[in-house]
Design a protein around this ligand. Structure first.
Ligand code: DC
Length: 229
């Protein structure tokens, strides 16, 4: 019996579609490496803030990149992120990083720096990368491209349910912030979020978490088996 190919999988989609949590589980079931590229943009943003630089100052950000060491280390759960050997896995999820990451992620120098690293990590196959530009820019030849999405209402509701016990925030506010991020991600000049024509679209509005995992697993297994046959 021949083994199936260890394929490369690109997962793109808007904020709050569940890309990371779903991709993480699918990667674990397949024994693949999972790379959350959003975490890399967040890590650069944190480094910029910690250096006291203005996140909108492209020269300062680009200078900082030349002295930065960023490392994604796979773990049993998913991965840990290191900047200059400091573990920043939790620190990249703060409100301050949330508020500044879009302006950093929109910069050409940042994208070139991170895309090069992402391609290198994907070289060996057996990987799932999730982000906004994976199928379009990072891995245009990925074996499988998935566009995971859901309506603004569904995505905002999921986010709100996760947040409401810790932060007093209204569903309407969360909905507005999700819609604003959609606008920014889709309309920026550098590598905007697009659904490429060769992507398989999964709309998760009427799917449970497990059903979405199963849908992605089935697609991956079919493509991996065909690639080997
Ligand atoms: O997926 P996330 O929310 O952790 O992403 C953080 C930010 O990084 C978000 O503003 C979109 C941006 N991003 C990007 O521009 N390209 C990617 N491949 C991944 C994330």
């Amino acid at each position: 019996m021949s083994a199936s190919k260890r394929i490369s999988i690109a997962v793109d989609g808007p904020a709050g579609a569940g890309k990371s949590s779903i991709s993480k589980v699918v990667a674990k079931k397949l024994g693949y490496l999972y790379i959350d590229t959003g975490a890399m943009y967040r890590a650069v943003t944190l480094a910029v803030l910690r250096a006291g630089a203005n996140p909108a100052d492209t020269d300062a950000v680009s200078h900082l990149l030349s002295n930065l060491t960023l490392r994604m280390e796979p773990t049993e759960e998913a991965f840990r992120v290191y900047v200059d050997d400091n573990d920043v896995t939790d620190a990249i999820r703060t409100q301050e990083v949330n508020a500044n990451v879009s302006v950093v992620a929109a910069q050409k120098a940042v994208r070139q720096y991170l895309v090069a690293q992402q391609r290198e990590m994907a070289l060996a196959g057996g990987v799932i990368l999730d982000g906004r530009d994976i199928g379009s820019v990072v891995l245009p030849n990925a074996d499988l491209k998935i566009y995971l999405t859901a309506s603004v209402e569904t995505r905002a509701k999921r986010r709100w349910l996760e947040m409401k016990d810790n932060e007093s925030v209204s569903l309407d506010d969360v909905k507005k912030s999700v819609a604003d991020r959609d606008e920014m991600d889709k309309n920026r000049e550098e590598s905007p979020l697009v659904c490429v024509p060769d992507a398989v679209v999964i709309e998760s509005d009427n799917l449970t978490f497990d059903e979405t995992v199963d849908a992605m697993l089935k697609l991956a297994t079919d493509v991996a088996n065909k690639a080997e046959a």
